[in-house]
Design a protein around this ligand. Structure first.
Ligand code: NAP
Length: 300
């Protein structure tokens, strides 16, 4: 069973593994209401009660697919927590240039659209998807306050922010930011060394980490480093009578920041397997042996 992780400054707990909706529309079993319901239900049975959306996922349609299921099974709404993101404007007929928009008008417009598509009255967490070079943190703080007062969003956070960008936004917001959701996996370990995770520990909040399996690369290794890394994970998995994915997810749990990996698989058996990663706590030396092979060098 997947445990909860508490965010004390926000008095909110979410599941220690979150289910990601980015690839919902790529599911080989489709993305009809029955299939989505099957996945939400399985997640809940396993203790995964938190779902990570973004307005843009599935060409702006995945929130809507998910929302149709919530409309059909309204009792799900009290059982789940919804995180969504906004701020990226994709190029198309309306906008010829990809850009970011964190203006108060756009944030309000996006939140109201997400609420409508998801068919819920409030969002548990709203994240600014990417750091916008034109963002005005004072303006952002103002719209965060009004959306919270209106009961539309409970908590606010950011994604893919550097520590200084995070600090800048936090300096203008009286509400503590909920998280910084960042890319982190065996082939992208920078957040552990560039101050990102240090800052989360300092702030007493937990980072959410995306693409934990490096977009599936861990299971279809191509380069020499990737092959050696997968072999190392398999070697440790055999020692524990576990599977490679369970050892991989267990690796994230060792970090003292309390990382929250976001699952990206559409496969029911893989979701279930991930949920059982908590039975295999890694020894410190095993943890470093995985890091060493993935980075291709030992620590100094
Ligand atoms: N904030 C951001 O900027 C940002 C960016 C990207 C993603 N995210 C969030 O993070 C979530 C997860 O990211 P992700 O989808 O890239 O996660 P991921 O787990 O790194 O990648 C998922 C891919 O790996 C495959 N995979 C996963 N587990 C596997 C296993 N045990 N065996 C074989 N293949 C496996 C999946 O295929 P199958 O479906 O066939 O298993 C899928 O193609 C997203 O849904 C989204 O919510 C956030």
């Amino acid at each position: 069973m997947v445990p909860q992780i508490h965010f004390p400054k926000h008095n909110l707990s979410i599941s220690r593994l979150v289910y990601g909706i980015w690839r919902l529309h790529e599911d080989k079993h489709g993305f009809g209401e029955d299939r989505i319901y099957e996945k939400i239900n399985l997640c809940l049975e396993l203790g995964i009660d938190t779902f990570d959306h973004a307005d843009i996922y599935g060409d702006f349609e995945n929130e809507e697919h998910f929302g149709k299921v919530l409309k059909k099974y309204p009792n799900l709404k009290n059982k789940i927590k919804i995180i969504t993101k906004c701020g990226i404007q994709v190029p198309g007929a309306k906008y010829p240039t990809k850009h970011y928009n964190t203006s108060k008008e756009h944030l309000r417009y996006s939140v109201e659209r997400s609420l409508r598509k998801l068919q819920v009255d409030s969002l548990d967490v709203l994240l600014i998807h990417r750091p916008d070079p034109l963002m005005d943190p004072t303006e952002m703080a103002e719209v965060f306050d009004s959306l919270a007062l209106e009961g539309k969003v409970k908590h606010f956070g950011v994604s893919n922010f550097t520590p200084s960008q995070f600090r800048m936004v936090q300096s203008k917001c009286k509400r503590p930011l909920f998280t910084n959701q960042v890319e982190f996996h065996l082939y992208h370990t920078e957040p552990m060394f560039d101050g990102t995770f240090d800052q989360m520990i300092e702030s007493g909040i937990h980072p959410m980490v995306w693409s934990p399996t490096a977009g599936g690369k861990v299971f279809s290794p191509k380069t020499e480093t990737e092959i050696k890394t997968s072999q190392k994970l398999l070697e440790i998995a055999k020692r524990y009578g576990a599977s490679v994915d369970q050892i991989l997810y267990s690796w994230f749990l060792n970090h003292p920041a309390g990382l929250v990996p976001i699952l990206g698989t559409n496969d029911l058996e893989r979701i279930e397997s991930a949920a059982n990663c908590f039975s295999y706590p890694l020894k410190r030396v095993e943890w470093f042996s995985i890091l060493e092979v993935a980075r291709g060098k030992e620590v100094a």
